[in-house]
Design a protein around this ligand. Structure first.
Ligand SMILES: C[S@@+](CC[C@H](N)C(=O)[O-])C[C@H]1O[C@@H](n2cnc3c(N)ncnc32)[C@H](O)[C@@H]1O
Length: 357
C-alpha cells in the first residue's frame, strides 16, 4: 500500500499509523506526501503485523525443505537473499525457518535505505553473527559474490505491482540460480467498482492549484481504509506477475478490460484495488475481501477515482479498461470506462501520477 503522490519518484508504503493520527484523519486526506526512504516509525508499524512474517517464515521453511532433501542436510548450505530487507524482520523469519526446518543457510540482506542498513548492521553484530551479510545497495545494481537458491522480498503495494516489485525483482533475479525460487512467486491485483461519495468528495477537495492539469487529483490512486464504501460487484482479477521471470525481454506492461454486473442501482465513484500473493506452495497473503488474510494489517486497499460519478442500473454492465504502462524511467496506470458510458482516459501518459524507476 503506497503512495498516491503525483511525481513521486520513490514510492513507499503509507499506513494509518504512519501518520500517527488515526484513520479518520487519514481518510480526510488520502493524498499523502511521500518519503523517499521509510523512517523507523513506519518500519515499526509494519513489523507489528501478526500474520505477514509468520506466513513468510512458513513459506521459507517449506522452500528449504523442498530444496534440501533430508539425506543431504549436513552437506548442503542454501543461499537465501532477502532483498529490500528493511530493518530485518524477513531476515529473522529466514533464520527461524532454517531452525525449524533443520537446514543450513547463508543469508544476504540487501537494502537501499541507509537508515535501515544501520539497523541491519547493528542486528548482524548483536544478534545474527557472521552467517548474515549486510549489503547496502539497490538490488538492481548489486553484483553478488554468488547466486541465491532463494530470493525473499516484500515489495508489494495495495495493488500488488504498484510499488515496482516486478521491476525490482527482474533486476534481482540476475543473482538467482537458474532453478532458484522467489518468495513471493506470484501476485495478482483485483478490481471492483465501488460507490463512495465520501471518498469521491475527499479526492475532489485535494486540489493543487499549481498543477498544470486542473483535475490532476482524479489521476491519482489513493491508499485508503475504505469504511464508507459499497462494493457494486465482486472484485475481478486484473494483473498477474510471476517470479522469477526468465522471458526475454521481460514485459511488465499490462492491459485488461473487465466487465461487471451491478448488484444495485447506484452511483459509482471509482474502483477499489486489492491484491493477493502466493508466497510459496499455496502459502498466500491476501487483502482481496473474499480471501482476506485474517488479522493482517500491513495493507489497505487502493482507490482509483472516476472524475464524474456515474449512475449504474441494477443488472447493468460496467466495463472498465486498465493499463499498466512502463517506459525506461517510470511506471503508471491509466483507466477509463466504456460502459455504462464512455469516459476520457485518466492519467494519460502518466501526466499526474507515476512511479519512478
Ligand atoms: C515494504 S518494505 C519491507 C521491509 C521489510 N522486508 C519488512 O517486511 O518489513 C520494502 C523495503 O525494500 C526496500 N527497497 C525498495 N526498493 C529497493 C531496491 N531497489 N533495492 C533495495 N532495497 C529496496 C525499501 O527501502 C524497504 O526497506
Amino acid at each position: 500500500m503506497r503512495d498516491p503522490r503525483p511525481h513521486a519518484d520513490k514510492p513507499e508504503r503509507t499506513s494509518l499509523e504512519t501518520y500517527g493520527k488515526g484513520f479518520e484523519e487519514y481518510l480526510q486526506s488520502p493524498l499523502q506526501p511521500l518519503k523517499d526512504n521509510l523512517d523507523s516509525a513506519t518500519y515499526e508499524v509494519f513489523e507489528k503485523d501478526p500474520v505477514k512474517y509468520i506466513s513468510y517464515e512458513n513459506a521459507i521453511a517449506k522452500a528449504l525443505v523442498d530444496r534440501i532433501p533430508e539425506e543431504s542436510v549436513s552437506d548442503v548450505t542454501c543461499v537465501v537473499m532477502v532483498v529490500g530487507a528493511g530493518r530485518g524482520p524477513l531476515v529473522e523469519a529466514t533464520l527461524k525457518a532454517a531452525q525449524t526446518s533443520g537446514r543450513n543457510i547463508r543469508v544476504y540482506a540487501v537494502e537501499k535505505n541507509p537508515g535501515a542498513v544501520n539497523t541491519l548492521l547493528n542486528r548482524q553484530r548483536d544478534e545474527w553473527g557472521e552467517n548474515v551479510t549486510i549489503v547496502s545497495s539497490d538490488m538492481r545494481l548489486w553484483t553478488a559474490p554468488e547466486k541465491a537458491d532463494i530470493l525473499v522480498s516484500e515489495l508489494l503495494g495495495s495493488f500488488g505491482d504498484n510499488e515496482l516489485s516486478p521491476e525490482c525483482l527482474d533486476g534481482a533475479q540476475s543473482f538467482l540460480k537458474g532453478d532458484g525460487v522467489s518468495i513471493p512467486c506470484s501476485y495478482t491485483s483485483h478490481l471492483s467498482p465501488v460507490s463512495s461519495a465520501k471518498l469521491h468528495s475527499l479526492v475532489s477537495c485535494a486540489i493543487d492549484k499549481e498543477k498544470a492539469y486542473p483535475l490532476h487529483q482524479f489521476d491519482i490512486p489513493s491508499v485508503v481504509y475504505m469504511r464508507n464504501m459499497y462494493e457494486i460487484a465482486q472484485p475481478k482479477v486484473c494483473f498477474t506477475f510471476l517470479h522469477p521471470n526468465w522471458s526475454v525481454p521481460v514485459d511488465n506492461r499490462r492491459y485488461i478490460c473487465l466487465r461487471f454486473t451491478a448488484k444495485e442501482s447506484i452511483t459509482m465513484h471509482g474502483f477499489a484495488g486489492y491484491f493477493d500473493t502466493n508466497l510459496y506452495d499455496h502459502i498466500k497473503l491476501s487483502i482481496e475481501p473474499t480471501t482476506y488474510s485474517d488479522g493482517m494489517i500491513s495493507w489497505f486497499p487502493i482507490f482509483f477515482p472516476l472524475v464524474t460519478p456515474v449512475y449504474v442500473k441494477q443488472g447493468g454492465e460496467i466495463e472498465v479498461h486498465m493499463w499498466r504502462v512502463c517506459n525506461s524511467k517510470k511506471v503508471w496506470y491509466e483507466w477509463c470506462l466504456t460502459k455504462p458510458i464512455t469516459t476520457a482516459i485518466q492519467n494519460p501518459n502518466g501526466r499526474s501520477y507515476w512511479i519512478g524507476l
